[in-house]
Design a protein around this ligand. Structure first.
Ligand SMILES: Cc1ncc(COP(=O)(O)O)c(C=O)c1O
Length: 389
């Protein structure tokens, strides 16, 4: 059997390797605590679940959905964008729901990347930006996210010949894995850059609702002119603990949304309608469940930051997002550090290299671990770190 080059070129999926190791330890009866994956531990809020159950019983929802999404869902997304960001969207032409943000992100490259074209991709970054590009036959130009630049790409550092051949720029704020945030002034500069070089901007924003100490993340579409050059992905996964239901939002420039809708309508048959009704319920109901969740994450964030600062690991409290991005001591690669931590203390963190070469020297700690396990995991980490040689 001969596999296509795009499959052979796939890097070994580090997270699968880590999952295998965890499964082995668990099979041996060992008590592993994981700060690895960003998958909320708290269930989907009751009212959302009740709506899903009710809708699942209705035979009208047992048939093929339309990949464009229910008109009521597109309207609810447009209304939410207006309320939350003061961004006006036409639900007919500027909104489509992907099967989770990941599906939309992965397929977006098919809309704009021809073989040899360049995508500007943050490094470190969510791996799907570069993988989608590679599947479409394109090349990723890795834009370094440096701590000294607030983990924002330095637009001026992008070489002129790269900008000239780039078709698409990926951004993601609040950021995974660094948890950095971008303000509107930065997005205004991105719009100028995109207009100057005729580049489509895709802002991947599943963490806009997870923010701390009163900070309110902005949408890229709030920047004047953003609607001319780009779009934004948002998600129900993190805001409403709906990772398992697979539903997201793709909104913005009508030509971009039309291109994505055309790809989708040829590849998928939409999101089960009961899940779409649950998502409508999530957006249209009071948002207390979101603030309750954020309060839980904020307490966990503070605990992790305190524990890390007690042992002298360098990090700072993020203003948003689900992750603590911490520097590891010199002399270790992030894989060595994470592997030893798992082998010797049964604690899982994600090695920064999993997000590209720019993630080397860091680990990512997810705040989606239940409180008692989080405390136990931090104690183990501290004890292990004290004896690290
Ligand atoms: C930056 C980023 N984009 C997209 C996703 C995918 O989210 P979804 O569950 O909506 O597919 C994630 C999930 O962790 C993420 O971190």
């Amino acid at each position: 059997m001969r596999l296509a080059k795009r499959i052979e070129s796939l890097p070994p999926y580090l997270f699968v390797e880590i999952s295998k190791k965890i499964a082995q330890k668990k099979a041996q009866g060992l008590d592993v605590i994981t700060f690895g994956i960003g998958d909320p531990d708290v269930p989907t809020p009751r009212h959302i679940l009740n709506r899903l159950i009710e809708a699942a019983k209705d035979p009208a929802n047992h048939r093929y959905p339309d990949s464009a999404g229910l008109p009521e869902l597109r309207q609810a997304i447009a209304n939410w964008y207006k309320r939350r960001f003061n961004v006006a969207l036409d639900p007919e032409t500027q909104v489509v729901p992907p099967i989770g943000g990941k599906e939309g992100v992965g397929h977006m490259a098919l809309c704009f990347i021809d073989p040899g074209d360049i995508a500007l991709v943050p490094n470190p970054g969510y791996p799907v930006y570069a993988i989608g590009t590679m599947f479409a036959g394109g090349e990723s130009y890795l834009m370094p996210l440096k701590e000294e630049n607030g983990f924002l790409p330095d637009l001026e550092a992008i070489p002129a010949e790269v900008a000239a051949n780039a078709r698409i720029m990926w951004l993601n704020y609040p950021n995974n894995p660094t948890s950095a945030v971008a303000d509107i002034d930065y997005f205004i500069r991105v719009v100028e850059f995109a207009k100057a070089h005729d580049i489509v901007v895709c802002h991947d924003a599943p963490y806009t609702e997870i923010a701390y100490d009163g900070y309110v993340p902005v949408s890229f579409l709030e920047a004047p002119g953003a609607m001319d050059v780009g779009m934004e992905f948002n998600s129900f996964s993190k805001s409403y603990n709906m990772t398992g239901w697979r539903i997201g939002m793709a909104v913005g420039n009508a030509d971009v949304i039309d291109a994505l809708s055309r790809v989708k309508s040829n590849l998928d048959s939409g999101i089960p309608q009961a899940i779409q009704y649950a998502a409508i319920e999530a957006l249209n109901s009071p948002q207390d469940c979101v603030s309750d969740m954020v309060a839980i994450y904020q307490k966990r964030r503070d605990k992790v930051i305190e524990a890390l600062s007690q042992i002298g690991m360098k990090t700072s409290p993020p203003r948003a997002g689900l992750y603590i991005w911490a520097k590891i001591p010199d002399g270790y690669t992030s894989i060595e550090f994470a592997t030893r931590l798992l082998e010797e203390a049964l604690v899982v963190v994600t090695p920064g290299i999993g997000y590209g070469p720019g993630g080397e020297g860091y680990i990512r700690i997810s705040l989606t671990t239940p409180d008692d396990r989080l405390e136990e995991g931090l104690l183990r980490l501290q004890k292990w770190y004290a004896n690290l040689t």
